[in-house]
Design a protein around this ligand. Structure first.
Ligand SMILES: *[C@@H]1O[C@H](CO)[C@@H](O)[C@H](O)[C@H]1NC(C)=O
Length: 447
């Protein structure tokens, strides 16, 4: 470790691992450290032993839960949008070669005290109990409008320029009911609360389009998930970085970020100092340079079977829009199972999460827990969502944001792009890397 590097990266969360992969490709000499003996940091997937070590003071897991090696329990629930930015980054870097993806079987929403499926096809939309007949006609007009809307073609605007017209005004124009607005804004556009209503509609149009195009891609839900848990994602980028000469050290305590004249010059671990000109890290490695934006509660639950009233699907997302339970922030449920190689076959995992609004966070997620059926065990986690106070250009310490309460990786990718620009001064342009097949062809040619 006592060497000169271009960049020292601390924490093996997805954001940090994508950046060290990208910078390694560009020829930067990268050292990547983590204080834990596993990948993923705050967003790791843990086996039972690790889970009990973290949440139950090292107690042994009960035998009824099955074998340790069958479990990869995510600490943070997120899915990949099939047409989202993360999938683009994965394909362009060809990190897909290290991973295998499975679909999430269904997307559900809570309305008027019941669970309903988010329609995945025209047929399901026609038969959906979510809306009455007249409301379905109004909603159809609304979706046709959003899908044909083009910002640079005023003939598609029906007099509403979405760059200035509020989303609220667009809903009013189509005369949609409050329950439908909850459904569109929260289950499709995936807004966590209602502040979007007064902002220009374009942002929400783009989110609806992303959801619908992702849904259209595989037909069941808009979401993909890596087999063996979310930790596979940072590990894939770590392998990419290693191919380009990046060095990874796990289980490495970091004692100090070393500065000279206000700029970073290295990172110290015990007696060793890795010299560098830039540092990239998650908020936990430079907490004095971050602020707390808000807090999130997550209940990781091991269930005794599928979630009731969901056709026994092996995985799902279920959104409880805030208005449906008199809250300001939505409650999210994400569930995966042995089909994704994350738990033993008679169990299912579910994480219930929300942004904390009161001093009794456990009561806030009760409406979500009540929908899960029998729970074998439950682990509660309360996390600060932190963000850097400065952009890092002054001291060359670039800090990522904590993973927020959204259900997908879009905001993580925004942070990656933003950090990349601050670190390199350039926009992130994804160049297609050769696929494994092409690389092999190239190698056989050379021989
Ligand atoms: C679970 O994690 C612990 C601690 O990191 C590790 O020692 C053990 O080998 C893991 N168990 C399995 C079955 O992978």
């Amino acid at each position: 470790m006592d060497e000169q590097y271009d960049v020292v990266v601390m924490g093996t969360g997805l954001t940090e691992c994508i950046l060290s992969g990208l910078l390694s490709i560009e020829g930067k000499k990268v050292l990547h450290l983590d204080r834990n003996d596993y990948y993923g940091g705050e967003s790791a997937s843990l086996n039972l032993t690790q889970l009990y070590r973290q949440f139950r003071d090292g107690a042994s897991p009960p035998a009824e839960l099955g074998r340790d090696r069958d479990y990869n329990v995510d600490l943070i629930p997120k899915f990949m949008m099939a047409n989202g930015e993360l999938v683009k980054i994965l394909t362009h870097t060809d990190v897909t070669r290290y991973l295998e993806f499975k679909q999430i079987a269904g997307s559900y929403v809570y309305r008027d005290g019941k669970i309903a499926k988010v329609p995945a096809t025209e047929m399901e939309a026609v038969n959906s109990p979510l809306m009455g007949l007249l409301e379905k006609r109004r909603a159809k007009k609304f979706f046709e409008f959003v899908q044909t809307y083009k910002q640079d073609d005023p003939s598609t605007h029906e007099g509403m320029d979405a760059a200035v017209t509020s989303m609220d005004a667009v809903y009013k124009h189509f005369g949609l009911e409050p329950g439908t607005i909850d459904f569109i804004g929260h289950a499709l556009a995936l807004h966590l609360e209602d502040s979007y209503l007064s902002r220009p509609a374009l942002e929400t149009f783009e989110r609806i389009t992303l959801y619908m195009s992702s849904m259209a891609r595989w037909g069941k839900s808009p979401y993909l998930y890596p087999r063996y848990g979310l930790s596979e994602l940072p590990q894939g980028f770590a392998r990419l970085s290693a191919i380009y000469g990046g060095t990874y050290m796990l289980d490495k305590k970091v004692d100090e970020i070393v500065y000279e004249n206000g700029k970073v010059v290295g990172v110290r671990s015990g007696e060793e100092v890795a010299k560098c000109t830039q540092v990239i890290c998650d908020p936990s490695y430079a907490s004095e340079k971050t602020r707390k934006a808000h807090r999130v509660i997550r209940a990781i639950c091991v269930l005794k079977g599928p979630i009731p009233n969901t056709e026994d699907v092996d995985s799902l997302q279920l959104i409880i829009p805030q208005n449906q339970v008199n809250r300001k922030n939505d409650i999210y449920i994400a569930s995966v199972s042995s089909s994704h190689n994350v738990c033993e076959k008679n169990h299912q995992l579910a994480i219930v999460s929300t942004v904390i609004e009161t001093d009794k966070p456990e009561e806030e997620i009760a409406p979500g827990l009540a929908l899960l059926g029998p729970i074998a065990d439950k682990f509660i986690q309360i996390a600060d969502i932190c963000e850097p106070v400065q952009d890092g250009k002054e001291d060359n310490v670039f800090i990522s944001k904590s993973y927020d309460a959204t259900s997908h990786f879009e905001t993580v990718c925004d942070d990656v792009k933003d950090l990349y620009k601050r670190i390199t001064g350039n926009d992130l342009v994804l160049k297609q890397r050769p696929t494994q097949e092409e690389e092999q062809q190239e190698m056989t040619k050379e021989n």
